[in-house]
Design a protein around this ligand. Structure first.
Ligand code: PMP
Length: 366
């Protein structure tokens, strides 16, 4: 959750306030939205992730459904795979990964989660070699979950060159990639944050894309998301869309309309969209500034150890490397709340509090 620099309250984007006014000014509509939600929203969301000139979107071999935010998109995608994807039941998850990934997979009959190496604690960076080795050793046609950007919980992302290496492995192993796109625009910018996804999309690999608008539009409680299936066959895609609708129907019938209408109003109007892009960039820049302020404060107060990994990571999270006991100490003595794995959310750490946090960390590690 991104909180403002001054008031520290959950931030409502001004473009969202304006879009909501426009939505409310329309005649009220409380009708079911249909299993797949709003077609206009789906199109705009899919274009945001895949790019407006994506070939699969143009020829109908990519299909989308509106989902209950990123979690709902992942859940629907995994439900679909559990029911209809027969080449493999193995779902490859980075180690570590977002805590909810294994929970979602555990609820989908037949799917089996397996970790692949991703983060190396001793270097506090990506274990790219280990990742490639584990993927090479994984079953053919397994489902590979990739975080598009702003990896949760580590803040350690894959580089452009490494994406190319991963694509080669994914093609050789015929993986079905499930992209988790929870932070597009929240890390660097809207384009750079999906460079890996776009690279994969330009290949012939089939994939699923689970998008969330919680962070980049601040629509957390509205549950706005989208699931897109990219294939290379328009007839197969149409059949798959029916199956996705069927899966949605048995779980919740249809997604809520209000939040999706707000996102559609923003994405579909050039002026509001430009405003959104500016406001989104300001949030991304603020989090980068917080990250660098925390790093500088740790150096300034002389907290023992090297903290360069904090400056090198990206996005909303800082994986500090603090132990569980040190995290506990921060919470008990200083009321600093972070995950027991040492993950701090920069969304809730204004620059003005970085010195306080750095001094507390110094005390915890000494
Ligand atoms: N994926 C990742 C990696 C996340 O960090 C989150 C949110 N914490 C989500 C998906 C889903 O969030 P939401 O359901 O709010 O869109």
């Amino acid at each position: 959750m991104y909180r403002g620099e001054q008031d520290e309250q959950p931030y409502v984007l001004p473009c969202v306030v304006e879009a909501e006014k426009r939505v409310i000014a329309q005649p009220p509509n409380k009708e079911y939205s249909g299993y797949g939600g709003s077609a206009a929203f789906c199109r705009l969301a899919a274009e945001l992730a895949l790019g407006p000139s994506n070939a699969a979107l143009a020829d109908g071999s990519a299909v989308s459904v509106q989902a209950l935010s990123g979690t709902g998109a992942l859940r629907l995608g995994c439900e679909f795979l559990s029911r209809y994807y027969s080449p493999s039941n193995v779902v490859l998850l980075s180690s570590p990964t977002w805590v909810n990934h294994p929970h979602i997979i555990a609820r989908c009959p037949g799917l089996e989660a397996r970790p692949y190496r991703y983060y190396e604690p001793s270097t506090r960076s990506l274990d790219y070699e280990g990742m490639i080795q584990d993927l090479e050793a994984a079953p053919e046609a397994a489902i590979l979950v990739l975080h598009a950007c702003g990896h949760n919980p580590t803040g350690v992302d894959v580089s452009r060159e490494q994406w190319a290496g991963l694509l080669a492995v994914a093609q050789r192993k015929r993986f079905l990639v499930l992209w988790d796109v929870a932070y597009q625009g929240f890390v660097r910018d809207l384009e750079a944050d999906v460079e890996g996804l776009r690279l994969f999309a330009a290949s012939s690999l089939e994939m699923l894309v689970a998008q969330s608008f919680s962070k980049n539009m601040g629509l957390y409680g509205e549950r706005v998301g989208c699931l897109t299936l990219v294939t290379d066959d328009a007839a197969a895609a149409k059949g798959a869309l029916d199956l996705l609708h069927d899966a949605a129907r048995s779980m919740y019938i249809s997604p809520p309309i209000h939040g999706g209408s707000i996102a559609t109003a923003i994405l579909g109007d050039p002026e509001l969209r430009a405003q959104w892009e500016r406001e989104l960039q300001a949030m991304a820049d603020a989090m980068a500034a917080r990250r660098h302020a925390l790093h500088a404060a740790l150096v300034e107060v002389g907290a023992p150890g090297c903290w360069d990994h904090i400056a090198a990571q990206r996005g909303m999270f800082s994986f500090t490397g603090l132990t569980r006991a040190q995290c506990q100490h921060l919470t008990n003595k200083y009321h600093i709340y972070l995950s027991p794995d040492g993950r701090i959310s920069l969304g809730g750490l204004p620059v003005a509090k970085c010195k306080y946090v750095a001094e507390a960390i110094k005390d915890a590690v000494e």
